[in-house]
Design a protein around this ligand. Sequence first.
Ligand SMILES: [Zn+2]
Ligand SMILES: [Zn+2]
Length: 226
Amino acid sequence: MQLFVNLSLREEGQDPRSRRPHSPLVNIELPRNSPLRLLQKLKGNLHTHTTFSDGMHTPEYVADKYLAAGYDFLAFTDHRCFIGPGAHSVLSYWARLPDKVGEMLILHGYEEEPVEIQGRHLNIIRAGNEELRIINHPNEYGLSIADVKDAVAKTNAHAVEVTCHGRYLERYDTDELGVPRVATDDSHFGSEIGVSWIEVEAEKDPVSILKAIKAGSFVRRIRGRD
Ligand SMILES: [Zn+2]
Ligand SMILES: [Zn+2]
C-alpha cells in the first residue's frame, strides 16, 4: 500500500484566506517500513464460537452483532474437536468463513486442546505466515502462575487470556507471565458479545494485526474495569 501526503505550502505571515487558488502541492510517498505510516486503532475480539462448534448462533449472525457493535476485526475460533482432525478439516472450516463482513475483517482460527498441556485450551489464529497462539481462560483449570508459564513455554504461546467469557481474571494479569495478556469474549451466546476486547494499533490487515498483538501493541477494554 502506498500513502500519499499532500502538503500545501504558504509563506509565513500569509493570511490563509488570501492563498492563491493554485498553491503548490508536494506528494510524499512513504516506504512500507516508514515509522510515519498511519496506524489505526482497531477494536477486535480474538475468541468467538458459532454453530460450527458449541456456539448458539451462526457465523453470519455473530458477525453482524460484532459489526453493529463497532468492531474492526473478529476471529472465529470454533473448537477443534467439532471441526475434525487433520489440517484439511481446519482448512475446510476456514473456507466456509468470510474474509470480511462489511468493513470488519474476519480472522481465521480455532481452539484446540494440545497434548503438551493436557487438554487445556489454546487458541490458534493464522493469517499468511503469521500465527498467534493464546493460552485461554487459565482459571478454568485452577492454574498457578507457574503452571501458566509452563503452558506458555510448552506451546510457544504469544499471549495469555486474562478474561473468562469477558470477565476479568486479575490473578493472571501479571508481568511474571512474560507475554502480553489479552481480553476476549469467548462468546457462545448473544449476551456474551461485546463484553471485553482489545484495541490494536496496526494497519488494517490480518497479518499486521497479529504482529501487533504479538508485540503487545494494544490496550484492553474489560467491562466493569476499563
Ligand atoms: Zn475454551
Ligand atoms: Zn472458547
